[in-house]
Design a protein around this ligand. Structure first.
Ligand SMILES: NC(=O)c1ccc[n+]([C@@H]2O[C@H](COP(=O)([O-])OP(=O)(O)OC[C@H]3O[C@@H](n4cnc5c(N)ncnc54)[C@H](OP(=O)(O)O)[C@@H]3O)[C@@H](O)[C@H]2O)c1
Length: 354
């Protein structure tokens, strides 16, 4: 397990020869905000950093803490507002990003939502937990892939990181392929049951998505991490359990901050997992990592691979992956589902898609 000192020492070694382009989707709060600040500090402000979220005030306060970029470096720091609940908005913000940059080195996805009491469907008919924790991330990656590929063709680092719930999969808990998207009607059970399914599904789907993108882009790094318990505004919202379990919410709300780490400590570990001074990631591949940036499982594809139809959960292309929640067949099904669902919600349907 990398200690905080190890993480910091590794992060301090990140001195890219190029001006990195880094996107922090969710850089207005919590882990994402602390990662954006840490990243800006390690590069001495010399980066094109784009923060995406809703709060302009929080974004501008964050950017104000970055070191001013050197005048001759083409570096700049900016905010693009977006409500990520709607996939149409996510596609629009990706289109805007493409007018600003032609490469992306680091795509960091931390914007999220966790609720066991508000399990509404979005205006586009998606499960809210899944829309915010999974589908918007799928759209960001698929839309910005050409920019990540450009980056690699220039010989630079390209890395996508999703901070969510890595390492939670096991053979005894395969992905539920009968209720794709958690919207099969009737949405039976209590709100808490629907919410729990949304949370579990989003972690497993993210495993599948990252494995898929890695199989198609062997030189780009795709990482899914679990940050552990971090004292952020999001943690407070996650322990809201409704009036009938309010005493339990109070207890969790009182206890968790004591065992939680601060966003800045978590950010050092997440940056350790992100930055290529940590050599495991510079050649690309698929990584599942824990709260200290430790590797739970990893797989490097030598070439582009079409995943087969194996139904063995926790096995990727014939290799056992501890903590991995998908199988090759489940990955194909989830990716196909995500493609159809997100395109049909963005007015960009594939002809013939359901
Ligand atoms: N904290 C923990 O203990 C913990 C544990 C396990 C996993 N995680 C995961 O780690 C990630 C980061 O968590 P965190 O605790 O740092 O979260 P957080 O402090 O609540 O920050 C969430 C971010 O998501 C953005 N966001 C939320 N709804 C949005 C919307 N509709 N449109 C655009 N942006 C939106 C927020 O931006 P605006 O406020 O500007 O809208 C904010 O930047 C999440 O995926 C979370 O599930 C956290």
């Amino acid at each position: 397990m990398p200690t905080l000192e190890t993480a910091k020492a590794s992060n301090a070694k990140f001195t890219p020869s190029y001006v990195p382009v880094a996107l922090f989707v969710g850089g207005t709060s919590g882990i994402g905000q602390a990662m954006a600040e840490g990243f800006a500090r390690y590069v001495g402000g010399r980066a094109h950093i784009i923060i995406i979220g809703r709060s302009e005030t929080a974004a501008q306060e964050t950017i104000a803490r970055f070191r001013t970029p050197p005048v001759d470096s083409n570096a700049t720091h900016e905010f693009i507002p977006c409500d990520l609940r709607l996939m149409a908005n996510v596609r629009a913000v990706c289109a805007e990003i493409k007018t600003k940059v032609d490469r992306v080195n680091f795509l960091v996805l931390t914007a999220g939502y966790t609720s066991l009491i508000n399990v509404a469907l979005t205006e586009e008919g998606l499960d809210l937990n899944l829309a915010m924790r999974y589908y918007q991330r799928y759209v960001f990656i698929s839309e910005l892939l050409p920019l990540l590929q450009n980056t690699k063709s220039l010989g630079q680092d390209a890395h996508v990181m999703s901070v969510l719930g890595a390492g939670k999969g096991s053979p005894s808990r395969p992905l539920d392929l009968e209720n794709l998207g958690n919207i099969v009607l009737p949405r039976t059970g209590s709100n808490m049951g629907v919410g729990m399914r949304g949370l579990t599904m989003s972690s497993g789907y993210t495993d599948a998505m990252m494995a898929h993108f890695a199989s198609q882009n062997p030189t780009i790094a795709f990482t899914h991490t679990f940050p552990g318990v971090v004292n952020t505004p999001g943690l407070g919202a996650a322990v809201e359990l409704g009036w009938f379990l309010r005493p339990l919410s109070w207890i969790l709300g009182a206890v968790l901050p004591w065992i939680a780490v601060s966003p800045s400590v978590s950010a050092e570990h997440m940056l350790f997992a992100l930055l290529p001074s940590n050599e495991e990631i510079s050649q690309g591949g698929f990584f599942l990592r824990g709260a200290t940036g430790d590797i739970v499982s990893s797989y490097r594809f030598e070439t582009v691979v079409q995943l087969g139809d194996s139904e063995e959960t926790s096995v990727l292309h014939g290799t056992l992956m501890p903590g991995y929640g998908a199988s090759d067949r489940a990955t194909k099904i989830v990716v196909e589902h995500s493609e159809v669902i997100t395109r049909s919600r963005s007015g960009t349907e594939t002809p013939g898609a359901a």
